[in-house]
Design a protein around this ligand. Structure first.
Ligand code: FEO
Ligand code: CA
Ligand code: CA
Ligand code: CA
Length: 589
Protein backbone atom coordinates (compact mmCIF):
# COMPACT_ATOMS: atom_id res chain seq x y z
CA UNK A 1 0.00 0.00 0.00
CA UNK A 2 1.12 3.55 -0.67
CA UNK A 3 2.02 5.71 2.27
CA UNK A 4 -1.01 7.84 2.86
CA UNK A 5 -0.80 11.50 1.97
CA UNK A 6 -3.65 12.23 4.36
CA UNK A 7 -2.54 14.74 6.92
CA UNK A 8 -3.86 14.62 10.41
CA UNK A 9 -7.00 16.68 10.64
CA UNK A 10 -5.98 20.32 10.52
CA UNK A 11 -9.00 21.21 12.60
CA UNK A 12 -11.16 22.20 9.67
CA UNK A 13 -14.77 22.87 10.52
CA UNK A 14 -16.84 19.72 10.22
CA UNK A 15 -19.72 19.56 7.76
CA UNK A 16 -22.92 19.79 9.75
CA UNK A 17 -25.68 19.93 7.12
CA UNK A 18 -28.26 17.17 6.82
CA UNK A 19 -27.65 15.19 3.65
CA UNK A 20 -30.21 15.22 0.88
CA UNK A 21 -31.43 11.96 -0.63
CA UNK A 22 -30.28 10.26 -3.81
CA UNK A 23 -32.83 10.25 -6.59
CA UNK A 24 -34.02 12.10 -9.69
CA UNK A 25 -37.01 14.33 -10.23
CA UNK A 26 -37.99 17.48 -12.08
CA UNK A 27 -36.45 19.96 -9.66
CA UNK A 28 -33.46 20.74 -7.46
CA UNK A 29 -32.91 19.87 -3.82
CA UNK A 30 -30.79 21.40 -1.07
CA UNK A 31 -30.55 20.54 2.62
CA UNK A 32 -33.10 21.70 5.15
CA UNK A 33 -32.39 25.26 6.23
CA UNK A 34 -30.98 26.36 2.85
CA UNK A 35 -32.51 28.68 0.22
CA UNK A 36 -31.85 28.17 -3.49
CA UNK A 37 -32.36 31.42 -5.44
CA UNK A 38 -32.63 31.48 -9.22
CA UNK A 39 -30.15 34.25 -10.00
CA UNK A 40 -29.78 34.24 -13.79
CA UNK A 41 -31.41 32.10 -16.47
CA UNK A 42 -30.63 31.59 -20.14
CA UNK A 43 -32.15 34.57 -21.97
CA UNK A 44 -32.41 36.89 -18.97
CA UNK A 45 -31.43 40.49 -19.85
CA UNK A 46 -27.97 41.89 -19.12
CA UNK A 47 -28.64 45.31 -20.62
CA UNK A 48 -31.57 47.72 -20.52
CA UNK A 49 -32.12 47.32 -24.29
CA UNK A 50 -32.21 43.50 -24.18
CA UNK A 51 -35.53 42.23 -25.52
CA UNK A 52 -37.56 40.06 -23.15
CA UNK A 53 -36.72 36.39 -23.60
CA UNK A 54 -38.99 34.67 -26.11
CA UNK A 55 -38.04 31.04 -26.64
CA UNK A 56 -40.26 30.88 -29.71
CA UNK A 57 -38.65 33.85 -31.45
CA UNK A 58 -35.05 33.94 -30.26
CA UNK A 59 -32.62 35.96 -32.40
CA UNK A 60 -28.86 36.33 -32.38
CA UNK A 61 -29.23 40.07 -31.76
CA UNK A 62 -31.31 39.37 -28.64
CA UNK A 63 -29.00 36.61 -27.47
CA UNK A 64 -25.99 38.94 -27.54
CA UNK A 65 -27.74 41.10 -24.93
CA UNK A 66 -28.95 38.20 -22.80
CA UNK A 67 -27.40 35.56 -20.55
CA UNK A 68 -26.02 32.71 -22.68
CA UNK A 69 -26.75 29.00 -22.71
CA UNK A 70 -25.31 26.14 -20.63
CA UNK A 71 -23.64 28.09 -17.84
CA UNK A 72 -20.49 26.32 -16.62
CA UNK A 73 -17.55 28.02 -14.83
CA UNK A 74 -18.41 30.70 -12.25
CA UNK A 75 -15.83 33.17 -10.94
CA UNK A 76 -16.54 35.80 -8.30
CA UNK A 77 -14.65 39.06 -7.84
CA UNK A 78 -15.75 41.09 -4.81
CA UNK A 79 -16.52 44.81 -5.18
CA UNK A 80 -17.29 47.36 -2.47
CA UNK A 81 -21.03 47.30 -1.72
CA UNK A 82 -23.06 50.36 -2.66
CA UNK A 83 -25.66 52.03 -0.48
CA UNK A 84 -28.22 49.59 0.85
CA UNK A 85 -26.23 46.54 -0.31
CA UNK A 86 -24.63 43.98 1.96
CA UNK A 87 -22.39 42.47 -0.66
CA UNK A 88 -21.46 43.19 -4.28
CA UNK A 89 -19.25 41.62 -6.91
CA UNK A 90 -18.75 40.51 -10.48
CA UNK A 91 -19.76 37.05 -11.57
CA UNK A 92 -17.83 35.67 -14.54
CA UNK A 93 -19.76 32.82 -16.10
CA UNK A 94 -18.86 30.57 -19.03
CA UNK A 95 -21.42 29.31 -21.53
CA UNK A 96 -20.08 25.97 -22.62
CA UNK A 97 -22.26 24.80 -25.46
CA UNK A 98 -25.71 24.87 -26.97
CA UNK A 99 -28.36 22.17 -26.72
CA UNK A 100 -29.91 22.85 -30.12
CA UNK A 101 -32.88 20.50 -29.70
CA UNK A 102 -33.83 22.11 -26.37
CA UNK A 103 -33.30 25.70 -27.52
CA UNK A 104 -35.44 25.78 -30.64
CA UNK A 105 -39.03 24.75 -31.13
CA UNK A 106 -38.33 23.35 -34.56
CA UNK A 107 -35.01 22.28 -36.00
CA UNK A 108 -36.62 19.99 -38.56
CA UNK A 109 -36.34 16.24 -38.90
CA UNK A 110 -32.81 16.15 -40.16
CA UNK A 111 -30.91 17.87 -37.35
CA UNK A 112 -28.30 19.32 -37.51
CA UNK A 113 -28.52 19.74 -41.29
CA UNK A 114 -31.81 21.63 -40.97
CA UNK A 115 -30.53 24.21 -38.47
CA UNK A 116 -31.00 27.63 -40.09
CA UNK A 117 -28.39 30.35 -40.42
CA UNK A 118 -30.20 32.42 -37.78
CA UNK A 119 -30.39 29.47 -35.37
CA UNK A 120 -26.68 28.83 -35.84
CA UNK A 121 -26.07 32.53 -35.16
CA UNK A 122 -28.13 32.30 -31.96
CA UNK A 123 -25.94 29.39 -30.91
CA UNK A 124 -22.73 31.34 -31.56
CA UNK A 125 -24.14 34.22 -29.51
CA UNK A 126 -25.10 31.81 -26.71
CA UNK A 127 -21.51 30.45 -26.38
CA UNK A 128 -18.69 32.30 -24.66
CA UNK A 129 -19.10 34.10 -21.39
CA UNK A 130 -20.94 36.67 -19.32
CA UNK A 131 -19.54 39.20 -16.91
CA UNK A 132 -22.28 40.60 -14.70
CA UNK A 133 -22.54 42.74 -11.62
CA UNK A 134 -24.38 41.07 -8.78
CA UNK A 135 -25.32 42.35 -5.35
CA UNK A 136 -27.02 41.10 -2.21
CA UNK A 137 -29.47 42.85 0.07
CA UNK A 138 -30.12 40.82 3.17
CA UNK A 139 -30.42 37.24 2.02
CA UNK A 140 -31.35 38.13 -1.57
CA UNK A 141 -28.96 38.21 -4.53
CA UNK A 142 -29.81 40.01 -7.76
CA UNK A 143 -28.16 40.93 -11.08
CA UNK A 144 -27.52 44.65 -11.51
CA UNK A 145 -28.92 46.05 -14.79
CA UNK A 146 -27.75 48.45 -16.01
CA UNK A 147 -24.15 48.05 -14.90
CA UNK A 148 -21.02 49.45 -16.48
CA UNK A 149 -19.41 46.01 -16.04
CA UNK A 150 -21.99 43.83 -17.77
CA UNK A 151 -20.62 42.16 -20.85
CA UNK A 152 -21.32 39.31 -23.24
CA UNK A 153 -18.44 37.53 -24.91
CA UNK A 154 -19.52 35.35 -27.84
CA UNK A 155 -18.20 32.86 -30.38
CA UNK A 156 -18.56 35.25 -33.29
CA UNK A 157 -18.50 38.94 -32.45
CA UNK A 158 -15.89 39.41 -29.72
CA UNK A 159 -12.43 40.20 -31.11
CA UNK A 160 -9.52 38.54 -29.31
CA UNK A 161 -5.78 38.62 -29.71
CA UNK A 162 -3.38 35.69 -29.62
CA UNK A 163 -0.25 35.92 -27.45
CA UNK A 164 2.80 33.73 -26.94
CA UNK A 165 5.01 31.55 -29.15
CA UNK A 166 2.27 30.48 -31.61
CA UNK A 167 0.82 33.97 -32.17
CA UNK A 168 1.37 35.03 -35.76
CA UNK A 169 2.46 31.55 -36.86
CA UNK A 170 1.46 30.43 -40.37
CA UNK A 171 -0.72 27.67 -38.91
CA UNK A 172 -2.89 30.30 -37.23
CA UNK A 173 -3.38 32.46 -40.33
CA UNK A 174 -6.70 32.54 -42.17
CA UNK A 175 -8.25 34.56 -44.97
CA UNK A 176 -10.00 36.78 -42.44
CA UNK A 177 -6.85 37.09 -40.33
CA UNK A 178 -3.67 37.04 -42.43
CA UNK A 179 -1.76 38.16 -39.31
CA UNK A 180 -2.51 34.97 -37.36
CA UNK A 181 -2.90 37.17 -34.29
CA UNK A 182 -6.56 38.05 -34.10
CA UNK A 183 -9.55 35.72 -33.62
CA UNK A 184 -13.25 36.48 -33.67
CA UNK A 185 -14.67 34.87 -30.57
CA UNK A 186 -14.22 32.05 -28.12
CA UNK A 187 -16.33 28.93 -27.76
CA UNK A 188 -16.99 25.82 -25.72
CA UNK A 189 -15.86 27.64 -22.61
CA UNK A 190 -16.06 24.95 -19.99
CA UNK A 191 -14.41 25.65 -16.64
CA UNK A 192 -11.78 28.31 -16.03
CA UNK A 193 -10.22 30.30 -13.25
CA UNK A 194 -9.69 33.62 -11.53
CA UNK A 195 -6.10 34.88 -11.34
CA UNK A 196 -4.43 36.59 -8.35
CA UNK A 197 -4.46 39.81 -10.42
CA UNK A 198 -8.22 39.66 -10.89
CA UNK A 199 -8.65 38.39 -14.43
CA UNK A 200 -10.99 35.69 -15.65
CA UNK A 201 -9.68 32.63 -17.50
CA UNK A 202 -12.01 30.83 -19.90
CA UNK A 203 -11.04 27.33 -21.00
CA UNK A 204 -11.92 26.34 -24.57
CA UNK A 205 -12.85 22.67 -24.55
CA UNK A 206 -14.82 20.68 -27.17
CA UNK A 207 -14.27 23.11 -30.03
CA UNK A 208 -13.98 20.26 -32.52
CA UNK A 209 -17.76 19.76 -32.48
CA UNK A 210 -18.46 23.07 -34.20
CA UNK A 211 -16.41 22.29 -37.29
CA UNK A 212 -17.57 20.53 -40.43
CA UNK A 213 -16.09 19.92 -43.88
CA UNK A 214 -13.10 17.96 -45.13
CA UNK A 215 -9.42 18.79 -45.54
CA UNK A 216 -7.88 18.40 -48.99
CA UNK A 217 -5.93 15.11 -49.32
CA UNK A 218 -2.51 15.19 -47.67
CA UNK A 219 -3.12 18.52 -45.95
CA UNK A 220 -0.55 19.65 -43.36
CA UNK A 221 -3.22 19.68 -40.59
CA UNK A 222 -4.56 16.16 -41.15
CA UNK A 223 -2.89 14.43 -38.19
CA UNK A 224 -3.33 17.46 -35.93
CA UNK A 225 -7.04 17.75 -36.60
CA UNK A 226 -7.52 13.99 -36.26
CA UNK A 227 -5.92 14.02 -32.79
CA UNK A 228 -8.34 16.78 -31.73
CA UNK A 229 -11.42 15.14 -33.27
CA UNK A 230 -11.80 17.96 -35.84
CA UNK A 231 -14.25 18.11 -37.54
CA UNK A 232 -16.82 16.85 -35.06
CA UNK A 233 -19.88 17.62 -37.25
CA UNK A 234 -22.01 18.13 -34.11
CA UNK A 235 -23.41 21.48 -35.25
CA UNK A 236 -24.43 23.23 -38.45
CA UNK A 237 -22.18 26.27 -38.07
CA UNK A 238 -19.91 25.29 -40.96
CA UNK A 239 -22.87 25.12 -43.34
CA UNK A 240 -23.52 28.82 -42.78
CA UNK A 241 -20.17 30.35 -41.84
CA UNK A 242 -17.15 29.50 -44.01
CA UNK A 243 -14.54 29.61 -41.27
CA UNK A 244 -16.18 26.68 -39.45
CA UNK A 245 -15.78 24.52 -42.58
CA UNK A 246 -12.24 23.12 -42.55
CA UNK A 247 -12.37 22.50 -46.30
CA UNK A 248 -12.59 26.27 -46.70
CA UNK A 249 -10.48 27.37 -43.74
CA UNK A 250 -8.18 24.54 -42.61
CA UNK A 251 -6.37 26.62 -39.96
CA UNK A 252 -9.42 27.98 -38.13
CA UNK A 253 -9.53 25.09 -35.59
CA UNK A 254 -5.95 25.98 -34.55
CA UNK A 255 -7.29 29.32 -33.29
CA UNK A 256 -9.48 27.59 -30.70
CA UNK A 257 -8.65 25.20 -27.87
CA UNK A 258 -6.69 27.78 -25.86
CA UNK A 259 -6.99 29.50 -22.48
CA UNK A 260 -8.55 32.95 -22.85
CA UNK A 261 -7.81 35.75 -20.36
CA UNK A 262 -10.42 38.47 -19.84
CA UNK A 263 -10.23 41.62 -17.74
CA UNK A 264 -13.71 41.71 -16.23
CA UNK A 265 -13.21 45.22 -14.80
CA UNK A 266 -12.98 46.69 -18.30
CA UNK A 267 -15.83 45.65 -20.60
CA UNK A 268 -14.02 47.21 -23.57
CA UNK A 269 -10.84 45.19 -23.05
CA UNK A 270 -9.77 42.71 -25.72
CA UNK A 271 -9.59 39.13 -24.41
CA UNK A 272 -6.32 37.32 -25.08
CA UNK A 273 -5.76 33.69 -26.07
CA UNK A 274 -2.50 32.54 -24.49
CA UNK A 275 -0.76 30.03 -26.74
CA UNK A 276 2.05 29.44 -24.20
CA UNK A 277 -0.50 27.45 -22.15
CA UNK A 278 -1.02 24.89 -24.92
CA UNK A 279 -3.88 23.84 -27.11
CA UNK A 280 -6.09 20.96 -26.05
CA UNK A 281 -9.62 20.34 -24.75
CA UNK A 282 -9.18 22.59 -21.76
CA UNK A 283 -11.50 21.88 -18.86
CA UNK A 284 -10.32 24.45 -16.30
CA UNK A 285 -7.44 26.76 -15.45
CA UNK A 286 -7.05 27.37 -11.75
CA UNK A 287 -4.12 29.55 -10.74
CA UNK A 288 -1.88 29.41 -7.69
CA UNK A 289 1.43 31.07 -6.79
CA UNK A 290 4.64 29.13 -6.24
CA UNK A 291 6.70 30.26 -3.22
CA UNK A 292 9.02 32.21 -5.57
CA UNK A 293 6.09 34.12 -7.05
CA UNK A 294 5.83 32.26 -10.33
CA UNK A 295 2.28 31.60 -11.44
CA UNK A 296 1.19 27.98 -11.80
CA UNK A 297 -1.98 27.06 -13.67
CA UNK A 298 -3.38 23.52 -13.42
CA UNK A 299 -5.32 22.21 -16.40
CA UNK A 300 -7.07 19.02 -17.46
CA UNK A 301 -7.56 17.84 -21.04
CA UNK A 302 -11.01 16.31 -20.89
CA UNK A 303 -10.99 13.31 -23.12
CA UNK A 304 -10.60 9.63 -22.43
CA UNK A 305 -6.85 8.82 -22.28
CA UNK A 306 -5.77 12.46 -22.27
CA UNK A 307 -3.59 14.28 -19.83
CA UNK A 308 -3.11 16.52 -16.80
CA UNK A 309 -1.00 19.65 -17.41
CA UNK A 310 0.43 22.57 -15.52
CA UNK A 311 1.80 25.85 -16.82
CA UNK A 312 4.54 27.66 -14.90
CA UNK A 313 5.09 31.30 -15.80
CA UNK A 314 8.53 32.68 -16.54
CA UNK A 315 7.85 35.92 -14.70
CA UNK A 316 6.87 36.40 -11.06
CA UNK A 317 3.67 37.83 -9.66
CA UNK A 318 4.17 41.23 -8.07
CA UNK A 319 1.17 42.70 -6.25
CA UNK A 320 2.70 46.17 -6.70
CA UNK A 321 3.03 45.85 -10.48
CA UNK A 322 -0.50 45.17 -11.73
CA UNK A 323 0.37 46.04 -15.34
CA UNK A 324 3.27 43.56 -15.46
CA UNK A 325 1.12 40.77 -14.03
CA UNK A 326 -1.10 41.04 -17.10
CA UNK A 327 1.60 39.39 -19.20
CA UNK A 328 2.48 36.51 -16.87
CA UNK A 329 0.56 33.96 -18.92
CA UNK A 330 2.21 34.91 -22.21
CA UNK A 331 5.53 33.21 -21.42
CA UNK A 332 6.44 30.12 -19.44
CA UNK A 333 6.74 26.34 -19.51
CA UNK A 334 3.93 23.90 -20.10
CA UNK A 335 4.32 20.52 -18.37
CA UNK A 336 2.36 17.29 -18.70
CA UNK A 337 2.06 14.72 -15.92
CA UNK A 338 3.38 11.18 -15.78
CA UNK A 339 1.96 9.29 -12.79
CA UNK A 340 4.25 6.43 -11.73
CA UNK A 341 3.22 3.42 -9.66
CA UNK A 342 5.61 4.43 -6.86
CA UNK A 343 3.48 7.49 -6.10
CA UNK A 344 5.64 9.98 -8.02
CA UNK A 345 4.33 12.52 -10.49
CA UNK A 346 6.95 13.65 -12.98
CA UNK A 347 6.12 16.86 -14.82
CA UNK A 348 7.49 16.61 -18.37
CA UNK A 349 8.23 19.92 -20.11
CA UNK A 350 6.76 20.56 -23.56
CA UNK A 351 9.77 22.43 -24.87
CA UNK A 352 10.83 22.41 -28.50
CA UNK A 353 14.15 20.63 -29.05
CA UNK A 354 13.93 18.71 -25.78
CA UNK A 355 13.66 14.91 -26.00
CA UNK A 356 11.49 13.84 -28.90
CA UNK A 357 10.03 17.31 -29.61
CA UNK A 358 12.19 17.90 -32.66
CA UNK A 359 11.83 18.55 -36.38
CA UNK A 360 12.29 14.83 -37.11
CA UNK A 361 9.04 14.26 -35.26
CA UNK A 362 7.21 17.11 -36.96
CA UNK A 363 7.84 19.89 -34.43
CA UNK A 364 9.65 22.69 -36.23
CA UNK A 365 9.25 25.20 -33.43
CA UNK A 366 7.68 25.83 -30.04
CA UNK A 367 4.58 27.01 -31.90
CA UNK A 368 4.15 23.49 -33.33
CA UNK A 369 4.62 21.99 -29.85
CA UNK A 370 1.90 24.21 -28.41
CA UNK A 371 -0.58 23.91 -31.31
CA UNK A 372 -0.21 20.13 -31.10
CA UNK A 373 0.29 19.87 -27.34
CA UNK A 374 -1.52 16.53 -27.33
CA UNK A 375 0.78 14.98 -29.92
CA UNK A 376 3.79 16.37 -28.06
CA UNK A 377 2.53 14.93 -24.76
CA UNK A 378 1.99 11.54 -26.45
CA UNK A 379 5.66 11.47 -27.47
CA UNK A 380 6.84 12.49 -23.99
CA UNK A 381 5.13 9.47 -22.43
CA UNK A 382 2.57 11.29 -20.30
CA UNK A 383 0.05 9.08 -18.47
CA UNK A 384 -3.27 8.70 -20.32
CA UNK A 385 -5.95 9.44 -17.74
CA UNK A 386 -9.64 8.70 -17.25
CA UNK A 387 -10.84 12.11 -18.57
CA UNK A 388 -9.18 14.86 -16.52
CA UNK A 389 -11.70 17.58 -15.70
CA UNK A 390 -11.24 20.18 -12.96
CA UNK A 391 -7.79 20.34 -11.34
CA UNK A 392 -7.86 22.50 -8.23
CA UNK A 393 -4.80 23.62 -6.25
CA UNK A 394 -5.13 24.43 -2.55
CA UNK A 395 -2.55 27.08 -1.64
CA UNK A 396 -2.84 26.29 2.08
CA UNK A 397 -1.89 22.63 1.89
CA UNK A 398 0.09 22.24 -1.33
CA UNK A 399 -2.47 19.71 -2.47
CA UNK A 400 -4.00 19.63 -5.93
CA UNK A 401 -7.28 17.79 -6.46
CA UNK A 402 -7.71 16.11 -9.84
CA UNK A 403 -11.22 15.12 -10.96
CA UNK A 404 -11.18 12.15 -13.34
CA UNK A 405 -14.70 11.83 -14.66
CA UNK A 406 -14.82 8.32 -16.10
CA UNK A 407 -13.52 6.17 -18.95
CA UNK A 408 -15.42 3.05 -19.82
CA UNK A 409 -13.15 2.52 -22.82
CA UNK A 410 -10.17 1.54 -20.65
CA UNK A 411 -9.43 -2.16 -20.97
CA UNK A 412 -7.78 -4.50 -18.45
CA UNK A 413 -4.55 -4.19 -20.45
CA UNK A 414 -4.63 -0.41 -20.09
CA UNK A 415 -5.06 -0.29 -16.33
CA UNK A 416 -2.28 1.43 -14.39
CA UNK A 417 -1.76 2.64 -10.82
CA UNK A 418 -3.32 6.07 -11.43
CA UNK A 419 -6.19 4.67 -13.49
CA UNK A 420 -6.79 1.40 -11.71
CA UNK A 421 -10.12 0.25 -13.11
CA UNK A 422 -11.03 -1.11 -16.53
CA UNK A 423 -14.43 0.04 -17.85
CA UNK A 424 -14.32 2.92 -15.37
CA UNK A 425 -17.89 4.21 -15.59
CA UNK A 426 -17.60 6.12 -12.30
CA UNK A 427 -14.34 8.06 -12.24
CA UNK A 428 -12.01 8.80 -9.35
CA UNK A 429 -10.26 11.66 -7.56
CA UNK A 430 -6.50 11.95 -7.31
CA UNK A 431 -4.63 14.08 -4.79
CA UNK A 432 -1.31 15.50 -5.93
CA UNK A 433 0.93 16.88 -3.21
CA UNK A 434 3.52 19.42 -4.32
CA UNK A 435 6.71 19.18 -2.23
CA UNK A 436 6.73 21.82 0.53
CA UNK A 437 3.90 23.58 -1.29
CA UNK A 438 6.13 24.32 -4.28
CA UNK A 439 3.58 24.29 -7.06
CA UNK A 440 6.33 24.87 -9.65
CA UNK A 441 8.03 21.58 -8.68
CA UNK A 442 8.72 19.06 -11.42
CA UNK A 443 8.40 16.03 -9.11
CA UNK A 444 5.37 15.59 -6.88
CA UNK A 445 3.55 12.81 -5.02
CA UNK A 446 0.13 11.43 -5.83
CA UNK A 447 -2.48 9.18 -4.27
CA UNK A 448 -6.09 8.27 -5.00
CA UNK A 449 -8.59 9.92 -2.65
CA UNK A 450 -11.66 7.96 -3.73
CA UNK A 451 -12.66 5.57 -6.47
CA UNK A 452 -16.21 6.66 -7.23
CA UNK A 453 -19.32 4.54 -7.72
CA UNK A 454 -21.54 2.45 -5.49
CA UNK A 455 -19.56 0.99 -2.58
CA UNK A 456 -22.31 -1.61 -2.02
CA UNK A 457 -21.57 -3.28 -5.37
CA UNK A 458 -18.29 -5.23 -5.08
CA UNK A 459 -17.83 -5.41 -8.87
CA UNK A 460 -17.62 -1.59 -9.01
CA UNK A 461 -14.50 -1.67 -6.79
CA UNK A 462 -15.34 1.72 -5.35
CA UNK A 463 -13.36 3.03 -2.38
CA UNK A 464 -14.95 5.46 0.06
CA UNK A 465 -14.56 6.10 3.73
CA UNK A 466 -16.82 3.60 5.51
CA UNK A 467 -18.75 6.46 7.07
CA UNK A 468 -20.10 7.52 3.64
CA UNK A 469 -23.88 7.13 3.62
CA UNK A 470 -25.95 5.66 0.79
CA UNK A 471 -26.49 9.27 -0.38
CA UNK A 472 -22.89 10.33 0.04
CA UNK A 473 -21.25 8.41 -2.78
CA UNK A 474 -21.41 9.51 -6.40
CA UNK A 475 -20.06 8.92 -9.89
CA UNK A 476 -18.39 11.13 -12.51
CA UNK A 477 -16.69 13.95 -10.59
CA UNK A 478 -16.27 16.96 -12.89
CA UNK A 479 -15.97 20.43 -11.33
CA UNK A 480 -14.77 21.08 -7.81
CA UNK A 481 -14.11 23.96 -5.46
CA UNK A 482 -12.31 24.60 -2.20
CA UNK A 483 -14.37 26.68 0.20
CA UNK A 484 -12.93 29.48 2.37
CA UNK A 485 -12.52 26.97 5.22
CA UNK A 486 -10.32 24.83 2.94
CA UNK A 487 -12.89 22.09 2.39
CA UNK A 488 -13.36 20.29 -0.93
CA UNK A 489 -16.68 20.21 -2.80
CA UNK A 490 -17.25 18.06 -5.88
CA UNK A 491 -19.86 18.50 -8.62
CA UNK A 492 -20.75 15.68 -10.99
CA UNK A 493 -21.51 15.22 -14.68
CA UNK A 494 -22.75 11.70 -15.35
CA UNK A 495 -23.99 10.49 -11.99
CA UNK A 496 -27.11 9.37 -13.90
CA UNK A 497 -24.95 6.37 -14.77
CA UNK A 498 -25.49 5.31 -11.16
CA UNK A 499 -29.25 5.87 -11.34
CA UNK A 500 -29.51 9.27 -9.66
CA UNK A 501 -29.27 12.93 -10.61
CA UNK A 502 -26.05 14.90 -10.75
CA UNK A 503 -25.29 17.18 -7.86
CA UNK A 504 -22.76 18.63 -5.46
CA UNK A 505 -21.11 16.71 -2.65
CA UNK A 506 -18.96 17.83 0.26
CA UNK A 507 -15.80 15.72 0.58
CA UNK A 508 -13.68 15.16 3.64
CA UNK A 509 -10.01 15.01 2.71
CA UNK A 510 -8.16 14.85 6.03
CA UNK A 511 -8.14 12.92 9.27
CA UNK A 512 -10.24 9.86 10.04
CA UNK A 513 -13.10 11.08 7.82
CA UNK A 514 -10.89 11.29 4.70
CA UNK A 515 -12.78 9.97 1.70
CA UNK A 516 -16.27 10.60 3.08
CA UNK A 517 -18.77 12.17 0.68
CA UNK A 518 -21.93 14.02 1.75
CA UNK A 519 -24.80 14.90 -0.59
CA UNK A 520 -25.52 18.64 -0.56
CA UNK A 521 -27.33 19.58 -3.77
CA UNK A 522 -29.23 17.65 -6.41
CA UNK A 523 -29.86 18.97 -9.91
CA UNK A 524 -33.14 18.58 -11.79
CA UNK A 525 -33.46 15.75 -14.32
CA UNK A 526 -31.01 15.88 -17.21
CA UNK A 527 -28.75 18.55 -15.69
CA UNK A 528 -25.16 18.48 -14.54
CA UNK A 529 -23.81 20.82 -11.87
CA UNK A 530 -20.93 23.16 -12.74
CA UNK A 531 -19.02 26.14 -11.44
CA UNK A 532 -19.17 25.74 -7.69
CA UNK A 533 -18.00 29.09 -6.31
CA UNK A 534 -18.11 30.41 -2.77
CA UNK A 535 -18.06 34.05 -1.76
CA UNK A 536 -15.09 35.03 0.43
CA UNK A 537 -17.12 34.66 3.63
CA UNK A 538 -18.35 31.23 2.55
CA UNK A 539 -21.96 32.17 3.19
CA UNK A 540 -23.11 32.08 -0.44
CA UNK A 541 -22.51 29.28 -2.92
CA UNK A 542 -23.11 29.91 -6.61
CA UNK A 543 -23.85 26.87 -8.77
CA UNK A 544 -24.39 26.56 -12.52
CA UNK A 545 -27.16 24.13 -13.41
CA UNK A 546 -26.29 23.09 -16.95
CA UNK A 547 -28.47 21.40 -19.61
CA UNK A 548 -31.56 20.81 -17.41
CA UNK A 549 -34.15 18.61 -19.10
CA UNK A 550 -31.65 17.04 -21.49
CA UNK A 551 -31.44 13.34 -22.24
CA UNK A 552 -32.09 10.74 -24.89
CA UNK A 553 -34.93 11.98 -27.09
CA UNK A 554 -35.46 15.21 -25.11
CA UNK A 555 -36.63 18.19 -27.19
CA UNK A 556 -37.93 21.73 -26.75
CA UNK A 557 -41.50 20.43 -26.75
CA UNK A 558 -40.73 17.27 -24.76
CA UNK A 559 -37.93 18.00 -22.29
CA UNK A 560 -37.20 15.84 -19.24
CA UNK A 561 -38.14 18.81 -17.07
CA UNK A 562 -39.27 22.40 -17.65
CA UNK A 563 -37.09 23.59 -14.76
CA UNK A 564 -36.85 26.27 -13.51
CA UNK A 565 -39.96 28.05 -14.87
CA UNK A 566 -42.25 25.01 -15.19
CA UNK A 567 -44.34 26.97 -17.70
CA UNK A 568 -46.34 24.85 -20.12
CA UNK A 569 -44.82 24.92 -23.60
CA UNK A 570 -41.63 26.61 -22.39
CA UNK A 571 -38.24 24.90 -22.55
CA UNK A 572 -35.98 24.31 -19.57
CA UNK A 573 -33.36 27.01 -18.98
CA UNK A 574 -29.80 26.61 -17.77
CA UNK A 575 -29.56 28.79 -14.65
CA UNK A 576 -27.06 30.08 -12.12
CA UNK A 577 -28.41 29.67 -8.59
CA UNK A 578 -27.26 31.32 -5.37
CA UNK A 579 -27.51 29.15 -2.27
CA UNK A 580 -27.69 30.69 1.19
CA UNK A 581 -28.40 29.40 4.63
CA UNK A 582 -31.64 30.80 6.01
CA UNK A 583 -29.74 31.91 9.11
CA UNK A 584 -27.00 33.49 6.97
CA UNK A 585 -24.36 31.06 8.25
CA UNK A 586 -21.47 29.40 6.45
CA UNK A 587 -22.44 26.95 3.70
CA UNK A 588 -21.90 23.39 4.90
CA UNK A 589 -21.77 24.34 8.58
FE1 FEO B 1 -17.01 20.59 -20.40
FE2 FEO B 1 -15.11 18.50 -19.46
O1 FEO B 1 -16.73 19.20 -19.28
CA1 CA C 1 -16.90 20.11 -17.07
CA1 CA D 1 -13.10 24.57 -9.90
CA1 CA E 1 -18.04 17.02 -18.11
Amino acid sequence: ALPTLARASAGKDAFTFTEILRGTDSTHHAPEGYDVQLLMRWGDPLFPDAPPFDAYAQTAAAQRLQFGYNNDFIGYLPLTPEDGQDERGLLCVNHEYTSTLLMFEDVGDNYPATVTAEQAAVEMAAHGGTVMEVARRGGQWFVVVPSRFNRRITADTTPMTLTGPAAGHDRLKTRLDPSGRSVAGTMNNCAGGITPWGTYLMAEENINGNFTGMLPDGHRETANHARFGVPGHWYAWGRHVDRFDIGKEPNEPNRFGWIVEVDPMDPDSTPRKHTAMGRFKHEGAETVLAPDGRVVVYMGDDQRFDYVYKFVSRGRFDPDQPAANRDLLTEGTLYVARFDADGTVTWLPLVHGKGPLTAENGFESQADVLIEARNAADLLGATPMDRPEDVEPDPRTGSVWVMLTNNHWRTEDQVDAANPRARNYWGHIIQIVEPKGDFAATRSRWEILVRCGDPAQPEVQASWNASTSENGWFGSPDNCAIDPAGRLWVATDGNAMTGAADGLWAMETEGPGRGTGRAFFRAPAGAEVCGPRFTPEGDTLFLAVQHPGDGEGATFLAPNTRWPDFAEGQPPRPTVVAIRRKDGGVIGG
